[in-house]
Design a protein around this ligand. Structure first.
Ligand code: BGC
Length: 751
């Protein structure tokens, strides 16, 4: 159906238009019967449908309809599987159609700046490239069912502490390279219907009224054509918001801000055109939804199996000293209440009313079970805890293998507050250590939304990271433990050894008003790798029950212009005895001599399935963005001329093959020579290189007393370095030049 949205808007009163820009209630946009505009519903997201039909809230307190809870983003990201994320999106899109939900509020693509952020479980990764690729596929999947998504929380919402008022103090290069690219990728590639602006301020200005963010970058640069929705209650100044590009306020403020919009239009502070555009953007998507309604069914049973499958493909095997997979003949004891009551999702607005949760205990059938500790850490007193642990130790002693189901209690991480440490509850650490004293085959299965410290890492033989794996987590754990499925997840974030090692340790979560992103682009592995720090488990890491070999890394060219692309090919072979999936990771390492660059950055990944003995060729195509850095002076991406190492790795710490490619820049950095430009800078720049060499010679000669060269090699090096660091004005003192002569020289160099 062709709709003339502009003509519909022209029939609306000012009041109706202002009203259209705020919610009818917590979950509905306003309709307008007179003009046949229906009221549509939006719901959280992102890892299940949280449709509230009764009393609504945006904090996950009141119940929503029964739905399927899929693995949270922390888990799904570890799949490193774009197709899987697409299928998860499609399944959710179908559920939304079945439930008449027009927009699913997600995915959340904020970067994990610190492992302490209480909402990290809802986010994908510490790496922007991985986040962007996965989220883009998820969005395409949902929207393929003609249901919208709301990409959130734009931007720099990386903590819960004072999330509604804190100002993230962050430089533009860091925003562009770390905190923006996932948004940029999804917007350009998957065209989400809406973007949700964040609560916080960025460099002093609320995201909800930041024109640079919501209009200049989002729409003009990236081409976003949907509507911007406020996070629930994120509006500070509604009129400024409309001007900045914030179209829809949710959940609305009982008409108060509508009145402010009306008054501003009437007294000329707000142009009616700005208001019309906001309404148009909202109506466009409402009509796309309405005109594309489909008869779909919420298949609870099938979708439950999808949830199990996603989790099976996402869990990460962190350690395995010949203890896994288990066999059905072994006498296995399950310890820890998480075996019976798995923690499978986090708290807050993403909380799903899961229709069916399968515990590992239920899924495994014939195993012994002792509690050992309670999942929510609520043992009455030390005595009760001691007796729970004693029973666990006793049972472990009698068994062939002890599997301890550990994890973070609900109260440890949720929307609304951050963690203050990275430890498990102490009774869990204690139980793991006590059990490992009497049983040599100990496996720890983890349920957590973010990294933890593992004081027992060397005392156990196996560690399986399930993250917050959705309602099928128990079943997935059992399939993996018993080898019915082969683990193939990889860490989408570094597990540091301890909190003090983390990049934002000194500034997180700020002083209550501002938080300084001092670590800049050095987030996650970019930081640990640069500092050559030991970590517990690196980014990209994960084991399998089979083995893989890499060979024949080939690049289609070894030198190229930054306007060209290079194809990278590598062979990977399953050299073990079980079918399995491998994640091939491609990193680019900048060797051009730029100082402030990470050691390497992820720029490609593929997941492939291989039968034993099977070999496949994996291909990547790299263009300018794989090599470029954001240059503030240029206001654009810039690719320095020089060498780049293309590295194929199993993780950021295990590079197996590499090839050099030399890239030539087609862009010149702006370079203005002044009296204070140093000789070294002149030598670096093609335009001034020759003149720089002449100056260098002149100064060297002058310093060595006429034409004489320094006596020995060592002296020459010292002199050269001194000269490289000398500004042009120093020629006055060293070479007797006049200001007039120098100004003339500078003028020619600037031509
Ligand atoms: C959260 C959003 C969520 C919204 C609606 C807010 O508190 O930050 O992520 O979509 O509530 O529940």
């Amino acid at each position: 159906m062709v709709r003339d949205v502009k003509s519909i808007i022209s029939q609306m009163t000012l009041k109706e238009k202002a009203g259209m820009c705020s919610g009818a209630d917590l979950w509905h946009l306003k309709g307008l019967e007179r003009l046949q505009i229906p009221s549509v519903m939006v719901s959280d997201g992102p890892h299940g449908l949280r449709k509230q039909t009764g009393k609504g809230d945006h904090l996950g307190i009141n119940d929503s309809i029964k739905a399927v809870c899929y693995p949270a983003a922390c888990a799904a990201a570890a799949s490193f599987d774009k197709d899987l994320l697409y299928r998860m999106g499609e399944t959710l899109g179908r559920e939304c159609q079945a439930e008449d939900v027009s927009v699913l509020l997600g995915p959340g693509v904020n970067i994990k700046r610190s492992p302490l952020c209480g909402r990290n479980f809802e986010y994908y990764s510490e790496d922007p490239y991985l986040t962007g690729e996965l989220a883009s596929n998820y969005v395409k999947g949902v929207q393929n069912l003609n249901v919208g998504t709301s990409l959130k929380h734009f931007a720099a919402n990386n903590q819960e502490e004072r999330r509604m008022s804190i100002s993230a103090e962050v430089d533009e290069q860091t925003l562009r390279e770390i905190y923006f690219p996932a948004f940029e990728k999804v917007i350009k590639d998957a065209k989400p219907w809406s973007v949700m602006c964040s609560y916080n301020r960025i460099n002093g200005e609320y995201a909800s009224e930041n024109r640079w963010l919501l209009t200049e970058v989002l729409r003009k640069e990236w081409g976003f054509d949907g509507f911007v929705i406020s996070d629930w209650g994120a509006v500070n100044d509604r009129v400024k918001g409309v001007e900045a590009g914030l179209d829809l306020e949710m959940p609305g403020s009982n008409g108060m801000t509508d009145m402010q919009i009306i008054a501003a239009v009437k007294d000329g502070r707000l142009s009616e055109d700005d208001l019309n555009i906001a309404v148009e953007r909202i109506l466009n998507k409402i009509f796309i939804f309405i005109d594309g309604r489909r008869e779909e069914v919420f298949y609870y049973k099938e979708d439950q199996e999808t949830a199990v499958r996603i989790e099976t493909e996402s869990a990460v095997l962190l350690k395995n000293e010949d203890v896994l997979p288990l066999s059905r003949e072994q006498d296995v004891v399950f310890i820890g209440e998480f075996a019976e009551k798995p923690r499978f999702q986090g708290g807050g607005s993403s909380h799903i009313n899961a229709y069916k949760v399968t515990s590992a205990l239920e899924a495994a059938g014939n195993v012994t079970y002792v509690k050992g500790f309670l999942a929510d850490g609520t043992a009455k007193d030390e005595e009760e805890q001691a007796s729970l642990m004693e029973a666990a130790v006793e049972a472990a002693q009698k068994a062939d293998v002890a599997v301890i189901f550990a994890g973070l209690p609900d109260s440890y991480e949720a929307e609304g507050y951050d963690r203050t440490h990275m430890r498990l509850p102490k009774e869990q650490d204690k139980t793991i250590l006590a059990v490992s004293k009497v049983q040599k085959n100990v496996i720890v299965v983890l349920h957590n939304g973010s990294p933890i410290e593992m004081p027992w890492v060397t005392n156990v033989k196996g560690i399986l990271e399930m993250y917050l794996g959705g309602q099928g987590v128990g079943e997935a754990a059992v399939r993996l433990l018993y080898g019915e499925s082969n683990p193939c997840g990889r860490l989408a974030e570094t597990f540091p050894l301890r909190l003090q090692d983390t990049p934002a340790y000194l500034s997180f979560p700020g002083n209550g008003h501002t938080v300084s992103y001092r670590e800049g682009i050095f987030v996650g592995y970019r930081y640990y790798d640069k500092k050559e720090m030991n970590v517990l488990f690196p980014f990209g890491y994960g084991l399998s029950y089979t083995t893989f070999a890499y060979s024949d890394l080939n690049v289609s060219k070894t030198s190229m212009k930054d306007t060209e692309e290079v194809m990278v090919m590598v062979n990977v072979k399953n050299t073990g005895t079980r079918p399995g999936k491998e994640v091939i990771q491609l990193y680019v390492s900048n060797q051009t001599g730029m100082v402030e660059r990470p050691v390497r950055e992820l720029k490609g990944f593929e997941k492939v399935f291989l039968e034993p003995g099977e070999e496949k060729t994996v291909r990547f195509v790299l263009g300018k963005r794989a090599f470029a850095v954001y240059q503030q002076e240029l206001g654009d991406w810039y690719c320095a001329s020089g060498n780049y190492n293309i590295e194929i790795g199993r993780s950021s710490r295990e590079i197996v093959l590499s090839e050099l490619v030399s890239v030539e820049s087609t862009k010149e950095l702006p370079f203005v020579v002044t009296m204070n430009t140093v000789v070294g800078e002149l030598l670096h720049h093609p335009r001034t290189r020759q003149a720089g060499e002449q100056l260098k010679d002149d100064i060297l000669k002058a310093l060595c007393g006429g034409s004489k060269q320094p006596k020995d090699e060592k002296d020459r090096k010292v002199m050269e370095q001194m000269v490289d660091n000398s500004p042009i004005r120093s020629l006055r003192s060293f070479c007797g030049k006049t200001d007039e002569e120098l100004i003339r020289l500078i003028k020619t160099m600037n031509q």
